[in-house]
Design a protein. Sequence first.
Length: 617
Amino acid sequence: MANKTTHNKKNNNTKKNFRGNNSSPKKTSKTVTDCTYKEGITVKELAEKINVSASDIIKFLFMMGKMITLNTSIDDDTIDLIAMQYNVNITKEEVADTNSLEDDQPDDPKDMQLRAPIVTIMGHVDHGKTTLLDFIRKTNVTEHEFGGITQHIGAYQTDVNGQKVTFLDTPGHEAFTAMRARGAKMTDIVVIIVAADDGVMPQTKEAIDHARAAEVPIIIAINKIDKHNANIDKVYNDLADYGIIPEEWGGQTMFAKISAKSGLGVQNLLEMILLLAEVLELKANPNKLATGTVIESKLDKGRGPVATLLIQNGTLHAGDCLVAGSSYCRVRKIIDDKGREIKAAYPSMPVEIVGLNSVPEAGDRFKVFDSEKKARQVAQNREEIKIEAERRNSNGMSFDDIAYQIQEGNLKEINIIVKSDVAGSAEAVKSSMEKLSNDEVKVSVIRATAGAISESDIMLASASNAIIYGFNVRPDAKIKKLAAENKISIRLHNIIYKALEELEAMMKGMQAPVYQEVVLGQATVRQLFKVSKIGTIAGCIVDDGIIKNGCSVRLIRDGVVVYTGKLGSLQRFKDNVKEVKAGYECGLTIEKFNDIKEGDIIEGFEDQEVKEDNNAN
Ligand code: GDP
């Protein structure tokens, strides 16, 4: 879409089809042959520019399967169709994007300084990626750093012969392909790990493809050479067949033979990385405002939205105002990969930041602005643009009963919004769900982000008839009410494969699995009583539904599930009771859990045999 600027009337091959069963275009007397437009142009505005009645365009697009209104802004592909239909050359005006988070300030060569190489390790599952990352992390830190090393922020820096190397620890499972693809884009070097006892496998090839597509140089690490059935020659041959030729054979690629388990050869691999980094002459300018990429993000129980950033240029200071995706903040705290609070972060450093107003997505770009006002404005603009784009990507069909409509062959696309407590899992769910698409039904995940289900999610679901899938997040009473008013289905799960099973069943026009969790009701914690021997008793008011003795409960804080377990006891006025209805107060305990806080929501649920819905509505 980005590089398509002119929509040419001369492309006549498809023009005929567009006219097929449509009434012929009505042009007014004043013929227009050329016009220009800016991103976001509406149907009405374009109609005026090309001198065609807007209702004619709407009718034409309806015939093409697109439902739009006068004030819908249209995308480039749709404009392409219109250009062909009405024989007009329509050219896009490229305007400087003031909302861009790219590093667009040129660097003075004298400011450029060497920076640490950023390395991603990729490979087939079980070939030893985690073992290698752990070995490097554990062996290349100094004593005093060791305390904080257990914490995991998705990336770390290590010391090799006095020089730093940054490792990105991107998830290895197949479902994370999408994120790994991004991982490859923010790295300078990809180490592809191949187990010598298993050889080149599908994900090895996939990793090579990603690295090649991103034009990132590769180092091969042949792992598990300690194993008796290691067959190094076979790995060499398999890789050569795939176009990866080792230097020893006159090729371009460095090969290291290692045992990630014992550490044999790992130092040599690290030195190869430094050698390659030297050749690549990796530099950045620390004397400017920071830009880079979000590696990971999550909604933390205590700290709110937390993001791990990779600084790619400039220096990030505590107190800086930044925009990440469409979130913004004045950076409250910068924490390095060893868990220490620091004042500034330099190019190639991975750091965690606290203070964002919402959770950005892994892979989002970030940029520091010179004022909080500017950052807030850019973030708001980006949020609006994002919502508009999401709306455009959804197709505006209407349906009541998805399974029924699929069975009837009426429904060809299911729109889904995924919300989860961690951005990585939202991504994983998105890619797994979209893979369920088949010839009859397409699954489109139109939004996949971390955080509680919000009003904006309900609005988007309503505009696009989407189902909302929540993982480890719970809608509060207000959101549930809004969802019910808008007839939005919210499906809540803790386990990805169960959600996939349910969706698959629905796509086959079947009902969801027989046993499903049913939410009984919710109560808000008003007061806490600590009683020795018993623990924390929560004085609650039941907001809706009922809370039943012995039911399962989950504790929700700020929209995120903090704990799932069983109700310990349920009392009214010191008497044990079987259930408490909405509007009544009660005292309750949660089995084996005492960390209850005022304002927490306690949701009661149980597994019931149901035919319809585990809907939160
Ligand atoms: P990942 O899925 O690529 O992250 O693989 P892991 O690091 O989890 O390793 C998979 C299994 O292989 C684990 O049981 C490791 O202990 C084992 N493993 C990893 N590296 C070596 C090695 O060099 N030698 C041997 N013998 N086993 C290894």
